[in-house]
Write a protein that binds this ligand. Structure first.
Ligand code: GUN
Ligand code: FE
Length: 468
């Protein structure tokens, strides 16, 4: 990628959530980037050299087109989203068969589809389309489950790198012959571990290659990925814990997703899913666990103690989790939380859709849903709702902090990952017609009503990746 598409400075109004619970609007602010696409300086209108720096940025922009962006007053810039949970091979079935219970949906629908990633070319095609779709929805970083295939999973990593997205990808391990189809599983526990090591090595080489070609390459990362307890043998789970520790690698899995999964762990180990994962060395500050809806207070304390991250997937939870995720309770207990679309347990690749569902699900958890149950017993019995800015934090800085990656907000030292929201698009006017002009109202209208058409430009680490 040439320097022509590399942003050096941008002048506009920025919404972000530097801390959970609060949002900030940086109006008419100039953000300067270094050569690696990282935020170097944030210059506010009342800074003494503001006029001088803006003039310099404009002049530089004339010399080097693409290096400076000056946004109209009816546009706002939000951080690029961080999606903490996605299944790349499930993209072709997004929206399909969501009325089955989880185990049936996996067995009859999902595993036959994922088996198609035996063909790396198919895997690349699907992975590339999905990564470009995410970028077009404002998502600049994604943590992916690929498939059980080594080559198919590596194809997903290559596709994301080519698409311009920062991607952490895992080769899925599902080795237990008792719980997996012969047509789609690791041949043996040993092979699952060998393939995981080989996958980590290949992605490391891919990342190095990218850096050599462009030292500012946005990054390819790998994750150790036991699918979930029910699909893995003890041998594979223990081996993966050791591999992750030896490589200081990310770990991702599903934990306590619903009634069935919860029951499987109790029956097999006499422990909860969370306790069982911990016993195999699979919880820790680089572990990202999807769903976590069936968390008792001990599980929650275990997550907080180990620094394990929850990937909250609110749309998927409505179909498969048999419950609503207690986000507020876990946050108050000190658990790190981000957000995921869970394509295709969740049908939508949009984090906007998931932000909306996260707020709505939290209200329903607090209030309860069955009017025939008396009000005092209907809800969760404790404050459970979260606000839209809290949900935005989960979708941006919460996910970034969960991955330990410096992005997700507009602060010095963080990668400039950003999406420009045009509030005055035909049929999607988000301006509030001059009536609702408070910053909080403006942000709420963006979060609740933005469509893909409102997302006009997207940068990943200063590199323009989408322009509508
Ligand atoms: N648990 C194990 N695999 C999956 C999956 O693909 N989707 C969801 N939602 N839960 C899972
Ligand atoms: Fe999932």
């Amino acid at each position: 990628m040439s320097d022509a598409s590399r942003l050096k400075a941008i002048l506009g109004s920025f919404f972000h959530t530097p801390a959970y619970g609060d949002f900030e609007l940086l109006e008419h602010t100039l953000i300067e980037l270094d050569d690696a696409g990282v935020i170097e300086r944030i210059i506010r209108p009342d800074d003494t050299d503001y006029a001088e720096r803006v003039a310099a940025a404009r002049t530089a922009g004339e010399r080097e087109p693409g290096s400076f962006a000056e946004l109209a007053s009816d546009t706002f810039i939000l951080p690029g989203f961080v999606d903490l949970h996605v299944h790349a091979p499930q993209w072709p079935q997004a929206g399909v068969a969501l009325d089955e219970p989880l185990n049936v949906w996996l067995d009859q629908r999902t595993f036959p589809l994922e088996a198609r990633f035996a063909d790396p070319e198919f895997a690349y095609t699907v992975g590339y389309d999905l990564a470009r779709t995410f970028l077009s929805r404002g998502t600049t970083t994604t943590l992916y489950f690929a498939s059980a295939h080594l080559d198919g999973s590596y194809a997903v990593s290559r596709a994301c790198a080519a698409a311009g997205q920062r991607a952490i990808v895992g080769k899925v391990v599902m080795d237990d012959p008792a719980s997996n189809h012969d047509f789609y599983r690791d041949a043996t526990p040993e092979q699952a571990l060998v393939d995981t090591e080989e996958f980590l090595a290949r992605v490391e080489a891919l990342d190095a290659q990218g850096r050599a070609a462009d030292p500012r390459f946005a990054g390819a990362y790998a994750a150790v990925t036991p699918r979930f307890i029910p699909s893995c043998t003890d041998e594979a789970l223990a081996g993966l814990g050791q591999i992750a520790a030896a490589h200081d690698a990310y770990i991702q899995s599903h934990c306590n997703e619903g009634q069935w999964e919860h029951g499987v762990a109790i029956e097999r180990f006499g422990k909860t899913d969370a306790e069982a994962l911990a016993s195999f060395g699979l919880l820790g500050p680089k572990s990202i666990m999807a769903h976590c809806t069936f968390m008792n207070d001990d599980d929650t304390a275990l997550f907080a103690e180990t620094g394990t991250v929850v990937a909250h997937c609110p749309i998927s939870n409505a179909y498969f989790a048999n419950s609503a995720c207690p986000v507020r309770r876990m946050h108050e207990a000190g658990v790190r939380i981000g957000m995921g679309t869970d394509i295709s347990g969740g049908f939508s690749p949009s984090m906007y859709d998931n932000i909306r569902q996260a707020v709505m699900a939290s209200c329903m958890l607090e209030e309860g849903v069955d009017a025939l149950v008396p009000q005092e017993r209907r809800g969760a019995g404790r404050p459970s709702r979260i606000s839209a800015p809290e949900a935005l934090y989960l979708a941006t800085k919460g996910g970034a902090e969960g991955l330990g990656l410096a992005t997700g907000s507009f602060e010095v030292g963080r990668a400039f990952d950003a999406q420009v929201i045009g509030t005055r698009q035909p049929y999607t006017d988000l301006t509030g017609f001059g009536v609702f002009d408070e910053p909080g109202d403006k942000l709420a209208r963006i979060l609740y009503l933005a469509t893909p058409d409102n997302i006009r430009q997207v940068w990943c680490q200063g590199k323009l990746v989408i322009e509508r």
